[in-house]
Design a protein around this ligand. Structure first.
Ligand SMILES: [Zn+2]
Length: 309
């Protein structure tokens, strides 16, 4: 009886200290971000480590695919197909990230939408094998259209093709850390790799805190966060540590479906620009927030930027 009471109190305590915080992990540029490393054992190893860590931590992540990476000399590359199957075989979701990662700021609506449709063939088939629909679309560079007309026409196109846009709330430069880490790994500089990994975790934790504050400033509460990451070596090695960081901060891991159920995600965006920024920033700009409001966003360390030059 005492044990039951103790467990009950513990559960109550855990919910009271903020188990209500939610985050969805999203990974872009699948099947894999390998920076030119074509070794299939490296790519499969990276993917296995990432996916198994997500599964072990019960993180219902989603990966966004660039199908151009799936082809070799015009043929579907079985290695790349196996990488994507690693995701779907473990019950993880996939979404469309266009075929060739075009920049909507630089191409026309016609060119862009053609690339969207070209990018859905294999992903749709892989999801169908699991009885799941292809539902989500993530804009490359988070560029949704630099004018209202261009943004509206793409939004209508995506809706007509039954896509739901996958927003990002915790925007960050994980790709810079990842490239620096990849280069350090190529040089077998384990000291530098460790430093990059440790700094990456502190940087992301600071970003999380920043967007928690921005969320409260904008909505008066913390909304379910959507974290943007890439399918890189760095993220495959640090996925477990990242999950532990979120848990330590009282987060539970949710799917994109669950995160988007929150009404805050229906907040209209009424400002447009060439930027690729967090939806929280776009909602803030739409509500008339100015410079001061955005102060205090954590910066990528200079040495990381230098390592990626
Ligand atoms: Zn991308």
């Amino acid at each position: 009886m005492k044990v039951t009471l103790l467990l009950f109190s513990l559960c109550f305590f855990l919910s009271a200290i903020g188990q209500t915080r939610q985050v969805c992990f999203t990974y872009d540029d699948l099947p894999v971000v390998a920076y030119g490393t074509t070794d299939s054992a490296f790519q499969q190893g990276l993917t296995d480590r990432l996916v198994s860590t997500l599964v072990k931590n019960r993180i219902p992540a989603i990966g966004f695919v660039n199908e151009r990476k799936m082809y070799n000399m015009g043929q579907v590359d079985p290695v790349q197909l196996a990488l994507l199957r690693t995701w779907t075989n473990h019950g993880l979701d996939l979404g469309n990230h266009t075929f060739s990662h075009p920049d909507y700021n630089k191409v026309t609506y016609r060119e862009f939408t053609k690339d969207v449709l070209k990018g859905e063939t294999l992903t749709r088939k892989l999801l169908q094998e699991k009885g799941s629909p292809l539902k989500y679309f993530r804009h490359p560079f988070l560029h949704v259209g630099e004018t209202k007309a261009k943004a509206d026409s793409l939004e209508t196109f995506l809706r007509d093709h039954l896509y739901t846009v996958a927003p990002v709330t915790i925007d960050n430069e994980d790709y810079l850390f990842a490239l620096a880490y990849h280069r350090a790994n190529a040089k077998k500089d384990t000291v530098l790799m460790k430093k990059i990994g440790t700094d990456f975790l502190s940087y992301l934790e600071a970003k999380v805190k920043y967007y928690e504050r921005q969320s409260v400033a904008l909505f008066g509460r913390e909304i379910p966060q959507i974290l943007l990451l890439h399918a890189s070596l760095l993220n495959s090695v640090y996925a477990g540590a990242l999950a532990a960081m979120f848990r330590r901060n009282g987060y539970s891991f949710v799917s994109l479906d669950t995160a988007l159920e929150d009404a805050a995600h229906q907040t209209p965006v009424t400002v447009y620009g060439k930027w690729g920024i967090s939806w929280i920033d776009k909602w803030a700009l739409s509500k008339g927030k100015k410079g001061e409001f955005f102060k205090g966003e954590p910066e990528t360390p200079d040495y990381i930027k230098k390592l990626t030059e």
